[in-house]
Design a protein around this ligand. Structure first.
Ligand SMILES: NC(=O)c1ccc[n+]([C@@H]2O[C@H](COP(=O)([O-])OP(=O)(O)OC[C@H]3O[C@@H](n4cnc5c(N)ncnc54)[C@H](OP(=O)(O)O)[C@@H]3O)[C@@H](O)[C@H]2O)c1
Length: 358
């Protein structure tokens, strides 16, 4: 595998040029064939073999002996879940050779093969290493370390995972001399394939790992329309926690919104139709004006009586809903006091109203 080095340093996430860019984009022989899976004795004629789910009746040269003519590595993906499949499709569409996928589930393997023409599908992760130069591990965070312990890269190969939490070091068990590891985390909510593919252009991708790999990962990110950023060492847990708040936290908040609004007769789609535009407006205001100027509601006005009336209505939706309302209410008071000139006495009355027993 050729080294991928470019004379370019990646900026940190908050770099002005990066932010401008983000805004701009929001628009071998058969017997020893690599990856040949063991077949029960006598199950296949002489010379015939399988590459994962694919049957070959005759010996052939290994197709992935070197990098493709464009110099880019052949990519293999471990895990045909939400992220693995979306990245496979996006990278294929961007002209990368996505040569193989590993998934324990036959239906997911088949789906991946149909979405990514030319890819081979394998039930076991280790088979990927005979099929690619760069392996992308897209399995749950807790499974990455144990999975890496079952892999051993050949010299010249690279491996990255897609977790926003772990550093590249979690892949260390798979590394050997002449190999490299990293991470490639797209800041996208992969809830649905088509929506995720539409969201990748304009998203940021957090990249870290061995220096020789960074430029290649940046090229991958750029090729799918995303903006690559490098995280400060030791900041990944904070980076990921913020992402979980922004995606899962916001989704859970909308769930609370629907539960609190239920007595009005709105079902969940109805509540999202009514309150969704308001939430979208709040987001747009915060991005345009900053969180302080964008804040509206009783916390800004010092309307402690209004908050006192809200508390029993929110409590009817359950303890968790009330805990969310209180925690976010107290944060609104802090924000109003710090950035909107809310008087300390008014802030104290609001805090008491938010925390009074329902
Ligand atoms: N979802 C998101 O929005 C998002 C965004 C950015 C990054 N990420 C990160 O991307 C990674 C994958 O997340 P995902 O959402 O794609 O998960 P997912 O949809 O649950 O898919 C995970 C894949 O890994 C395989 N897998 C599960 N447990 C495994 C194990 N013990 N050993 C080997 N393979 C296993 C699954 O099963 P089969 O092998 O049976 O197919 C599946 O194909 C995670 O690190 C996550 O933090 C997720």
């Amino acid at each position: 595998m050729r080294p991928w080095r470019r004379d370019r340093a990646l900026p940190p996430p908050g770099d002005p040029a990066t932010m401008e860019e983000v805004r701009r984009r929001t628009g071998e022989s058969a017997a020893a064939a690599p990856g040949a899976a063991a077949e029960p004795d006598g199950a296949l004629p002489p010379g015939a073999h399988r590459h994962g789910d694919e049957l070959h009746l005759e010996a052939h040269a290994h197709p992935h002996g070197g990098p493709p003519a464009d110099g880019r590595p052949v990519i293999g993906i471990i895990g045909a879940g939400a992220v693995g499949t979306a990245l496979g499709v996006a990278l294929h569409r961007a002209g990368w050779q996505v040569g193989a996928v590993a998934s324990r589930d036959p239906a997911r393997r088949e789906r991946f093969r149909s979405l990514v023409p030319g890819s081979r599908a394998f039930p076991e992760a280790a088979a990927i290493l005979d099929e690619c130069h760069l392996a992308i591990v897209a399995v749950p965070d807790d499974a990455i370390g144990p999975l890496a312990a079952t892999l051993r890269l050949y010299s010249g190969q690279a491996i990255v995972h897609t977790s926003g939490l772990h550093g590249a070091d979690v892949l260390a068990p798979a590394l050997a001399a002449g190999t490299s590891g990293g991470s490639f985390h797209p800041l996208v909510a992969f809830a649905d394939l088509d929506r995720a593919l539409a969201a990748l252009p304009g998203a940021t991708v957090a990249i870290e790992g061995d220096e020789g790999l960074i430029d290649l990962l940046a090229e991958m990110a750029t090729s799918i329309g995303a903006t690559p950023v490098r995280l400060a060492p030791g900041s990944k847990a904070a980076y990921h926690a913020a992402a979980v708040l922004a995606a899962g936290g916001l989704t859970a908040l909308l769930d609370v919104v629907a539960a609190v609004a239920a007595p009005t007769g709105l079902d969940e789609p109805g509540a999202l139709a009514v309150y969704g535009p308001l939430a979208a407006q709040a987001l747009a205001n915060a991005r345009a004006l900053g969180t302080g100027p964008a804040l509206t509601g009783p916390a800004v006005r010092g309307d402690a009586g209004t908050v006192a009336a809200h508390v029993p209505a929110v409590a009817a939706a359950g303890d968790e809903a009330l805990a969310v309302f209180r925690a976010l209410g107290l944060r609104q008071v802090t924000l109003a006091e710090a950035r909107r000139g809310l008087a300390p006495e008014a802030a104290a009355r609001l805090r008491a109203a938010f925390t009074r027993l329902a």
